[in-house]
Design a protein around this ligand. Structure first.
Ligand code: PHB
Ligand code: FE
Length: 331
């Protein structure tokens, strides 16, 4: 499906603070020193600027991800893999009951361009929304100098076994990124590699913990291996997942170190459905009909597995597949 092209419009500069305001379809975006205001024909939502920017760079970097990305309980995006909905209050019962919810569908490329324009103008030098809050500057205050460099660092599929000739992953274990302060107590043994003669340049191994410990970003599944539809991301998590993710399919988590606390809510209403504390070694499946947000009190390592089979979201949406990967009665 495609929809009419919509371009983001610049509504001019705030004379005091220096940030630009924007209109994108029926949505207006403006920021001040502390907050972002998202306005639509029947309402306004105020979001802390840190939370908003951390959510927005991830939404762009992840290509709008699988299903829903909630910036907070009210505003977010839904990916239709070619088009993207921007919604406000659509998945909040109170907003729907009051008739102030709003949803508009755009081409993914137009949303990407709009979000990139906003982020570029609103992110100052010294603040990197992909880093843990304790490892970056503050986004608060008036506009200073625009940040440059890779503000948006999304999925980065390994095109070759990392470490072998042709490996383009910029943050492989040979990249020189230091071990993060939180993992300085770990020891990282190197694997023994015993290749048959003639295969020395085709066989390689590295210590995955060493690799993840060098990630300079957090809550960003940026190291990714993709084998057909099997998507495996390892991440380094500290503080909270800056978005609430609504699934359109199952996904699996394997807690590799430390712990993460997850809040699980009903996808359509936001009502609480459960809480999971995952400790090192725990495995869990997030069902296809929920939204979830993780909290990592210390920097931890997580493996996320997604099934990227095209059209899977429609089979779950129609009820053809059950929301759980395993149903107890089938055992
Ligand atoms: C998720 O929504 O499942 C998710 C997103 C980012 C992460 C980890 C998990 O870093
Ligand atoms: Fe998720």
């Amino acid at each position: 499906m495609s929809v009419a092209t919509v371009k983001i419009q610049d509504l001019g500069k705030d004379p005091q603070l220096g940030y630009h305001k924007y209109q994108f379809g029926g949505f207006k975006f403006e920021r001040d020193m502390y907050f972002v205001r998202v306005t639509w024909p029947k309402g306004t939502q105020t979001i802390e600027v840190d939370r908003f920017l951390r959510a927005m760079v991830r939404d762009i970097g992840w290509g709008f991800f699988y299903g829903w990305i909630f910036f907070d309980d009210v505003f977010g995006t839904q990916n239709h893999y070619g088009t993207v909905d921007l919604f406000a209050g659509t998945y909040s019962k109170a907003h729907r009951d009051a008739g102030v919810d709003f949803l508009e569908t755009f081409n993914s490329a137009d949303v990407r361009e709009a979000f990139e324009t906003i982020c570029k103008n609103w992110i100052n030098e010294g603040y990197d929304p992909l880093r843990a809050p304790m490892e970056t500057g503050s986004p608060l205050g008036p506009k200073t100098k625009e940040a440059d460099g890779p503000l948006i660092r999304g999925f980065n599929p390994a095109r070759r076994m990392m470490g072998l000739p042709g490996d383009t992953a910029p943050r492989s274990d040979s990249s020189g990124h230091p071990i993060n302060r939180a993992f300085s107590d770990l020891t990282f043994d190197k694997p023994d590699i015993e290749a048959e003669p003639g295969f020395e340049d085709q066989v390689y191994a590295f210590n995955l913990y060493d690799h993840i410990a060098r990630s300079d970003v957090t809550w960003n599944p940026s190291f990714t291996s993709i084998t057909r539809a099997c998507i495996c991301c390892v991440t380094s998590e500290e503080h909270m997942l800056p978005v609430i993710h609504g699934n359109d399919r199952n996904e699996w988590f394997i807690q590799l170190t430390d712990e993460i606390h997850w809040n699980i809510q009903d996808k359509n209403t936001g009502s609480p459905r459960g809480r999971i504390v995952m400790k090192s070694g725990d495995v869990c499946a997030m069902p296809a009909d929920i939204r979830h947000q993780g909290f990592s009190p210390r920097r931890s390592m997580l493996m996320v597995l997604e099934n990227g089979t095209p059209g899977l979201q429609d089979r779950y949406a129609k009820g053809e597949l059950e929301p759980f990967p395993i149903t107890a009665s089938r055992w």
